[in-house]
Design a protein around this ligand. Structure first.
Ligand SMILES: [Zn+2]
Length: 142
């Protein structure tokens, strides 16, 4: 198992730091977030240390997101929430605090008071087409 000795999530996987475990799969584990945005907020992480979603091999991405979907179904069934956010931040500028990739599964209900601070904008179709071309050109290296 690839491990970063300074990583708090690697320490959880090694059993050196306690966590309230929820589920496991071949390549991932799920446990309760210690700073929950809502009750039931759960994290899903790969067993091996990868910093971002872009660093994970496809089979690890599939396993982590497969477990995240199972956890989301379990939270909805057991906690009775109306919906959930499944979020994953990459880089400090995007709100990533721990440098070991993690998927947030957050139960949501109407009127739960959790703000969604992202502003939405209106894009011109020409601009969308040009951005699509730009990203397509990056797919060669992806
Ligand atoms: Zn780690």
């Amino acid at each position: 198992v690839a491990r970063d000795p300074d990583c708090v999530f690697c320490k959880i996987i090694a059993g050196e730091i306690p966590a309230a475990g929820v589920a496991e799969s071949d390549l991932a584990i799920a446990f309760m977030d210690i700073g929950p945005i809502a009750e039931g907020h759960t994290l899903v992480i790969p067993r091996d240390h990868y910093e971002t979603v872009m660093d994970m091999p496809p089979e690890v991405v599939a396993d982590v997101y497969g477990l995240a979907a199972r956890v989301a179904r379990a939270i909805k069934a057991s906690m009775g929430c109306e919906g959930l956010n499944v979020l994953q931040n990459n880089g400090a500028c995007a709100g990533q605090v721990v440098g070991h990739v993690h998927v947030h599964v957050i139960p949501r209900d109407s009127g739960d008071g959790i703000a969604w601070p992202w502003p939405s904008t209106e894009a011109e179709p020409d601009r969308l087409a040009s951005l699509a071309e730009r990203i397509k050109s990056g797919m060669n290296e992806a």
